[in-house]
Design a protein. Structure first.
Length: 400
């Protein structure tokens, strides 16, 4: 029994030693595996001239507006136009009762005839006294008095003629005519209404709708920035950069007539900080009406060295700065902070941070990080006509 226990103890000791020796053996070293470069799409950036257009909100207004007002007192006998129709300058719109004014004309005509008769008699008498004074048949004093009477009669004729002309003018004013050509609105009064020459309300209003004004507003800050860009040479001003204005209607469609910029207001609105720009556009079919909300695209200049990048390739860091991913000379990813400008459709105009020849990563961004080696696949960097949008207002650019 003792011998059996001794053998068992030796077996346990041998087994324990085997386990210890097995645990002391060195583990085989792991093999390092170099990851394969990630394949990404890139474009090689280049500068290109871009025609810039600022897109601004505005309202349409009539080219001319004239209020139809009476210039004499009286009862309106007839309305001679159709509300909402086209009228021409000089067309009779209302007829005021002319009876009183016709009587004044007749009275003034009779007074003129009387004055002319008196003048004729005085003239004959003055010529007779002129001959008699030579023969001393009448005194020189009598001849002077007769001459003065004749001149008085001549003045009375002139006064009677003026009174007749005034009466005729008042008679003509009983026909209320259109001061301008255009579309007339609703009539404020109807037949039988009493009108006066000094009344405050017009009888109707005429608006000339062809051509039409488009008044748009631009912030003074944007105006100053544009002037700085022009003076610094970052945007090349055309010979007549604001000559063409494209109108966008409320439904987003483009108006088929091109307008031109007339003037820029010289005063900044203190309440809004904006400057008013006025454009004029043809409106032969009267598709545009006064008071409509539109947007106007106005050419502002040309940036000769513009760089455009896809908007999807631009992201933001924790500081809110715009960043892009590039492939450097070692075929590794490099992040770079840029100063982004206006959005141009699906592209972004870059003001600072990028240069021609940089390799911009446009696809595969989710699989990379800064410093990772990549395999770059060049993509075609196409340019087309694009719409620019910026804060508060939008703009458009055309790559030339």
């Amino acid at each position: 029994m003792l011998k059996l226990n001794h053998k068992l103890s030796l077996f346990v000791l041998a087994l324990f030693a085997t386990v210890l020796l097995g645990g002391c053996k060195e583990k085989p070293a792991k093999m390092s595996v170099t990851p394969a470069p990630v394949e990404v799409d890139i474009v090689t950036l280049r500068t290109q001239p871009v025609s810039l257009q600022v897109e601004l909100p505005g309202r349409t207004s009539a080219f001319r507006v004239a209020e139809v007002r009476p210039q004499v007192n009286g009862i309106v006998k007839k309305r001679l136009f159709t509300e909402g129709s086209e009228v021409t300058a000089g067309q009779v719109l209302y007829q005021i009762d002319p009876a009183l004014y016709q009587a004044k004309v007749d009275s003034a005509r009779a007074a003129l005839a009387k004055a002319r008769a008196v003048e004729h008699s005085a003239q004959v008498k003055a010529e007779r006294y002129k001959n008699l004074v030579r023969t001393k048949a009448v005194s020189e004093l009598d001849q002077v008095e007769i001459e003065a009477s004749w001149k008085q009669a001549v003045a009375d004729v002139a006064s009677a003629e003026a009174a007749l002309n005034s009466a005729r003018i008042d008679l003509d004013y009983t026909k209320v005519t259109a001061p301008i050509s255009g579309r007339i609105g609703r009539s404020i009064i109807s037949e039988g209404a009493l009108v006066t020459a000094q009344q405050s309300s017009p009888l109707s209003t005429i608006q000339q709708l062809d051509p039409l004004y488009v008044d748009v507003t631009q912030s003074s800050n944007d105006l100053l920035k544009l002037k700085k860009d022009l003076s610094a040479g970052s945007a090349q001003h055309r010979d007549n950069p604001n000559s063409n204005v494209t109108i966008l209607l409320e439904d987003g469609s483009e108006y088929d007539k091109t307008g031109s910029l007339e003037f820029s207001d010289v005063t900044v609105d203190q309440s809004t900080g904006s400057v008013t720009l006025r454009a004029i556009v043809a409106n032969p079919d009267e598709e545009l009406l006064p008071g409509m909300f539109v947007r106007a695209k106005i050419a502002t200049g040309v940036r000769q060295d513009a760089i455009l990048v896809p908007a999807a390739s631009v992201s933001r860091n924790s500081k809110g700065q715009a960043i892009v991913m590039l492939v450097n000379d070692q075929s590794k990813v490099e992040s770079r902070v840029i100063e982004s400008g206006q959005n141009i459709g699906d592209k972004v105009l870059v003001n600072k941070g990028l240069a021609a020849g940089d390799h911009l990563i446009t696809a595969g961004l989710q699989k990379i990080r800064n410093g990772v080696p990549v395999k770059a696949v060049e993509q075609q960097n196409s340019s087309s006509e694009i719409a620019l949008k910026s804060k508060g207002s939008t703009a458009a650019a055309h790559v030339e």
